[in-house]
Design a protein around this ligand. Structure first.
Ligand SMILES: [Zn+2]
Ligand SMILES: [Zn+2]
Length: 353
């Protein structure tokens, strides 16, 4: 297993973001990321994918797309489409056909900010996902850093407070998003969870105050998606792009809020009769399955099956749990930071059948 740190879902000047692809790559290099996936609204930007270098460091920049129907009011139901080399934004008005096309082309699709409350003080609409009758998507962006910021904008005073103290924003995925995911997992769907920054680096002004909401380098140190690759990154763009999308497709991933403490090294593994399973894998329940959880440092950890907590560990770095009960099991880890209990790690499920 080769762990890499990826930040995904962000916008450039090609849509409503305020940076170039190169500037995003430079911020990623400074933050020490391995890869970023840029997803402008309704445009697949070509000619910018590849490795960007600075001194002896490198970062891989990949390009996907965030597709939604701009004719809809409010403009709900955003879909992140990754790993497709063709422009599909013309299908935005027909999400069912859009999903079929993505799947036919071997791409990945993630429901962006499934729960996205409005911020009426700033005239921001609710942009939650509405098309729950659809099936066939790869997964859900259960943690979206900008939706979370938006949810805190109860007044102008709140906006100023969080704009100047962005490290106080993140608490974890919305319970509504987790509930929806657990509900679908309980029905037997296999859905990959990712965390996105939804970075725009938007210049904001309120009276005399000027602030960037938020710089990309800040995003890249906060809510990241960690991937466990089959092989290390080689430096070859086409090869590494395949490795990254394969890990995302399989759900060999966890969401790490890396600001309070690095989440690198988290592992969630299952052992059964002659088998070993990683996140995203399936394992047979017969004769028992042993889960093993390893945290980067001792804190609060819980094992969850279909929305129910089956075991909690406090101030421990390792957890073990044995079961014969089928279902999708996932891990949540919490940490104390700036006087508050905050979500730190959200694993993808291991499927016991
Ligand atoms: Zn969106
Ligand atoms: Zn977005």
């Amino acid at each position: 297993m080769h762990e890499i740190i990826v930040n995904l879902h962000m916008h450039t000047y090609y849509s409503d973001g305020h940076a170039t692809h190169r500037q995003i790559a430079q911020s990623a290099l400074r933050a020490g990321l391995d890869a970023v996936i840029v997803t402008d609204h309704n445009v697949l930007v070509r000619g910018v994918e590849g490795y960007y270098h600075e001194e002896n460091k490198r970062v891989l920049l990949l390009v996907g797309e965030e597709i939604h129907d701009q004719g809809r009011q409010p403009q709900k139901s955003h879909l992140l489409v990754l790993g497709v080399d063709r422009e599909l934004a013309h299908l935005a008005h027909d999400p069912e056909r859009l999903l079929q096309q993505v799947n036919a082309l071997g791409g990945l699709s993630f429901i962006a900010h499934p729960h996205d409350p409005p911020a009426p003080v700033f005239g921001e609409d609710d942009l939650s996902w509405e098309d729950w009758h659809l099936q066939g998507f790869t997964g859900l962006e259960i943690w979206n850093a900008m939706s979370e910021f938006k949810s805190l904008l109860k007044s102008k005073a709140h906006a100023i407070y969080y704009a100047y103290q962005p490290e106080r924003v993140a608490r974890g995925p919305f319970p509504q998003a987790l509930r929806k995911w657990d509900e679908l997992l309980a029905k037997g769907h296999r859905l990959v969870a990712i965390g996105g920054s939804d970075g725009h680096a938007m210049p904001a002004r309120l009276g005399p105050l000027r602030r960037t909401i938020f710089p990309f380098e800040f995003h890249f140190r906060t809510v990241n998606t960690h991937l466990l690759l089959e092989a290390p990154l080689s430096g070859d763009c086409a090869n590494d792009r395949r490795l990254i999308y394969r890990a995302l497709q399989r759900g060999r991933a966890f969401i790490g809020y890396d600001l309070p403490a690095a989440t690198r090294g988290f592992r969630f593994t299952a052992y059964g009769y002659g088998q070993e399973a990683q996140m995203g894998d399936e394992i047979v329940a017969k004769q028992g399955v042993t889960f093993q959880i390893r945290l980067p440092l001792p804190t609060e950890c819980r094992l969850i099956r279909h929305g129910e907590v089956v075991q909690t560990w406090q101030n421990q770095q390792h957890g073990t749990y044995i079961t014969t009960q089928p279902g999708a099991y996932r891990v949540e880890v919490y940490i104390q930071y700036l006087g508050q209990r905050r979500g730190w790690i959200f694993s993808n499920p291991i499927y016991v059948r």
